[in-house]
Design a protein around this ligand. Sequence first.
Ligand SMILES: [Mg+2]
Length: 392
Amino acid sequence: MATPSGLDVSRDENAMKERNPSSSKPLSEHGERALLRDLRAQSASPEVAGPKLLVPIGDDGAVLAVPPGEAAVLTTDTLVEGTHFNRAWTAATDLGFKLVTSAASDIGAMGGRPLAAVIAVTAPAAMLAAELLDLMAGCREAAALFGLSVAGGDTTAGDRLVLTATILGGAPPAALLRRSGARIGDLLVVTGTLGEAGAGLQILRSLFEVDPPAGERWLRAGSPIDEIPVRLRAQGFDAALSLALQGAVRRFLRPTPPLAAGPALAAAGVTAGIDVSDGLASETAWIAAESDVGLALDATLIPIGRGAAAWGAKGGFDPLGLALQGGEDYELLLTVPPAAWPHLRARLAELQVTATAIGEVVPAREGVTLRTADGTRRPLPPGGYEHFRTPS
Ligand SMILES: [Mg+2]
């Protein structure tokens, strides 16, 4: 994948493997010192896009300067094999990419920009050293795309793959955004489209669950994203539908949160924000609880992604359920006074981020409700409507 600096990361990876043929061994044979040497060689390549580290990888700790006048924002996120991802449909580079982007999404939701990440990996001894290097290459690919540095990490042995990304971000105090700032009368706004990642997970399960990882590898050798059109065509899907469904799978495996928007939100009038990691029903409940307000949503306004719509049409179910409880779309849910909404929408458009008003902030006693296409308004519990529960 091309990065903003124009470098082809995958070619760098291959070049590195040629220099270090022992990386095709399992971690148990490769050894920790060799792995550290490989990781340092990888981190010395020039695609690091974040702030320059005062002390890079290789010492007891990395050191970077937080920009003057900014507060440090810290967040951490863990992905567990068997819980958050399945070896049958997970490639190492995709997994690294998602690890960094899903954690960085929280920094954007706080109004900050990510500066640096440290990565902790618990890996089975049978995993190939090359897979771990690919995983880190995926982390670095996301880091390059979103302008942060991979500053270090730790590896330990375990019986399954567990990954943690801890991200340091920065924000001027005035730019910080919380879940607790929503005010009655504000509009409820969501960026991008929803339901795509939820559909992507279901598509992956339907197409790949049966495949065990090939040979000696711990994870899948190549990204399933590239195989989606062929597999769908074999099942009789037409080309346009296949593309839409492939887009949904890409959103699940390689989310691209609107991180550029984060630092601009508070200045554009946004009063509260959260990233959509667990589905709209869950995130609205958080905003309502933390801000002590109610929220009145209109289902017909919720922007459903093309892939989710296509997958729902194919399966004969309402894709709204994927938006409400599918999760992992990594868009932003925001509140903004009506007077500031046109300015916010224009500011986001400048940053190539679309946004849609989907409801409004109401008194807490009204709770969180959803008006459906038939005009009835019903409570929206954090887990979403049973009615919209999708086959999984
Ligand atoms: Mg979050």
